[in-house]
Ligand binder design. Structure first.
Ligand code: ZN
Ligand code: ZN
Length: 237
């Protein structure tokens, strides 16, 4: 028959393509795999940024340690009482003790990272009690601290704080006052100045023994609710 004849004439290795349904199934499988892997990739990247931030602050601590050693224990000054006309952020005071200040002064999760980088600022804020801004509560010399391991040196700046030289330091000695405590405004005050949940609910604190702690925002909320003007985590110990 004609059909049989035609069939026998067909090459034996006839190419068979994908049907539309098969193609759609493959696309659906790839889509599902990407959807499953994407959160893992994103959280791996977030973890890398968090690690980079902690490492930045550790290097800031090591440089500040050398600065203090070279200045009989004195902590660096902020723009508040910096007499230089240049008006540089406090971080540049310790820059000579670092390999590259530009590679450590910015938190990769700071929404104003690019601006702060361009304006020669930093994502890290010094505890005002270690400058002479806090008056009689200030301890400006590391050698005069009773407990370096309990004294806060720096924390992460709040995302909404503008990238301006005035914000190279913040007035955290105003967080715990009789009024803010009585009005239960301490946590609001802290949040206005500090990023307390920048890295998936935690942020980094540098202490005067130059160790960096990842502090949960729940812990900071607890401190805000229970501590007092005369006994709180900002005071030099
Ligand atoms: Zn000031
Ligand atoms: Zn950070």
């Amino acid at each position: 028959m004609i059909t049989d004849f035609h069939r026998s004439c067909q090459p034996t290795t006839a190419r068979r393509g994908f049907t539309l349904v098969e193609l759609l199934v493959v696309i659906a499988i790839i889509g599902t795999l990407v959807a499953l892997l994407l959160p893992a990739v994103q959280s791996a990247r977030a973890a890398a940024r968090r690690t980079k931030c902690a490492s930045n602050l550790r290097q800031v601590g090591l440089a500040m340690g050398q600065f203090c050693d070279a200045h009989k224990g004195r902590f660096p000054e902020t723009s508040h009482n910096d007499s230089n006309d240049e008006q540089l952020s406090w971080i540049y005071t310790i820059a000579p003790f670092m390999e590259s200040v530009d590679s450590v002064r910015i938190c990769p999760d700071d929404p104003k990272a690019a601006e702060r980088l361009a304006e020669k600022l930093t994502s890290y804020v010094m505890n005002a009690y270690l400058t002479d801004e806090a008056g009689s509560g200030s301890v400006t010399n590391r050698n005069k601290l009773q407990s370096v391991s309990k004294t806060l040196v720096a924390y992460e700046i709040a995302s909404q704080k503008a990238a301006t030289i005035e914000n190279d330091h913040l007035h955290n000695h105003g967080w715990f006052t009789p009024l803010t405590v009585a009005r239960k405004e301490v946590l609001d005050k802290i949040r206005a100045d500090a990023a307390i949940e920048r890295h998936a609910g935690v942020s980094h604190f540098l202490y005067a023994d130059w160790r960096v702690e990842s502090v949960d925002s729940d812990a900071v909320s607890e401190w805000a609710a229970t501590q007092t003007p005369t006994n709180n985590f900002c005071l030099p110990k």
